[in-house]
Every structure is written in structure tokens, then in C-alpha cells.
Design a protein around this ligand. Structure first.
Ligand code: ZN
Length: 173
């Protein structure tokens, strides 16, 4: 089932999400709904708070690893820094260059509660960081410098006033 995506301004996006403790059928259905919603958007990642669920979980698919669910993620051993255009399904409008670690490991649990650990590089590393940020109430625009943030806000105003169509999403997250 496709569920509505919460947009910038919704307080749930700024909450510190709670750990996942129940690995039951309800969690499995939640994961399925989130994956369906992410693919339909279309996007490459979607975190719990973005669908109004303030729990530490996200789904992703970078186009290589396939549909993936991670609960209670912990990011380890970041290395390198890259600046690439980044966007968010909760923030309409164009993308903006955003600095992230180039490589990072993500440890967490799968939908059954089994421990998993993945190594990410490039886009996958970026998704791990973007989605884990969501669980701490952090949005990618918080990681831009002042000029970048001003640009985002100007874009948002134009978008809200209907003066500008959003650019095609090249790398939706
Ligand atoms: Zn996002």
C-alpha cells in the first residue's frame, strides 16, 4: 500500500525517532508499504519519519543491492568526503550539492531482527547517511552552507507559489 510522504514543515521530520523493539508481522507490513511508496515516488531511500513513523528504520535500493530494510542503524568507519547533488522526497524542488563521507559501514537489523552489516561506497554510502540523518530529525538542507540553504529556501518559495516546476529528479532520496 502506498502511504503519504510527509513534507518539510511536518514536525515528525524533526523528531528523534525511537529504537525498533518489535520485529513482528506489523513491522514486515510497514517495510513492504515503505518499499512500495519509495519505488512509486520514485526514490532510492525512505525513512520511517517520512511516512509519519517515528521509529529508527529505513528502506533503500541504490539500484544494485535490491529492496533493503534496516532497523536501528549505526554508522561506522566513515572515510573520504564527496560533494554530490542530493535531494529528499520530503523537500520539493531541485537538488543541491551536499557533502558526505565517501565510504561508510552500516550496522543494524533486518526485518526479522537479525543483525546485518553492509559496506557502502558512493551512492549507497550517501543513502545510509541521508536516511540515518532522518532518524535524528536532520535533513540534508541542514548540511548545506548558508548560501546553499538560502538557495533551497528560495527554490521552495518559488515552488510553493507555483512559479517554478520542480526539475526532474535525477537521484531521488
Ligand atoms: Zn530524505
Amino acid at each position: 500500500m502506498i502511504v503519504p510522504i510527509r513534507m518539510l514543515g511536518d514536525p515528525v521530520l524533526r523528531e528523534h525517532a525511537k529504537p525498533v523493539t518489535e520485529f513482528d508481522g506489523k513491522l514486515g507490513r510497514m517495510a513492504d508499504d515503505m518499499l512500495e511508496t519509495m519505488y512509486a515516488a520514485p526514490g532510492v531511500g525512505l525513512a520511517g519519519p517520512q511516512v509519519g513513523i517515528s521509529l529508527r528504520l529505513f528502506v533503500l535500493d541504490d539500484g544494485q543491492i535490491g529492496p533493503t530494510f534496516i532497523a536501528n542503524p549505526i554508522l561506522l568507519d566513515p572515510s573520504g568526503t564527496v560533494v554530490e547533488e542530493e535531494g529528499c522526497l520530503s523537500i520539493p524542488g531541485p537538488y543541491h550539492p551536499t557533502p558526505r563521507s565517501e565510504r561508510i559501514r552500516c550496522r543494524g537489523q533486518d526485518v526479522k531482527g537479525k543483525d546485518v552489516e553492509m559496506e557502502g561506497e558512493g551512492l549507497l554510502a550517501r543513502i545510509f547517511q541521508h536516511e540515518t540523518d532522518h532518524l535524528d530529525g536532520v535533513l540534508y538542507i541542514d548540511r548545506l552552507d548558508e548560501g546553499g540553504r538560502r538557495e533551497v529556501l528560495a527554490d521552495l518559495r518559488r515552488f510553493e507559489l507555483g512559479l517554478q516546476e520542480p526539475r526532474a529528479r535525477r537521484r531521488p532520496e
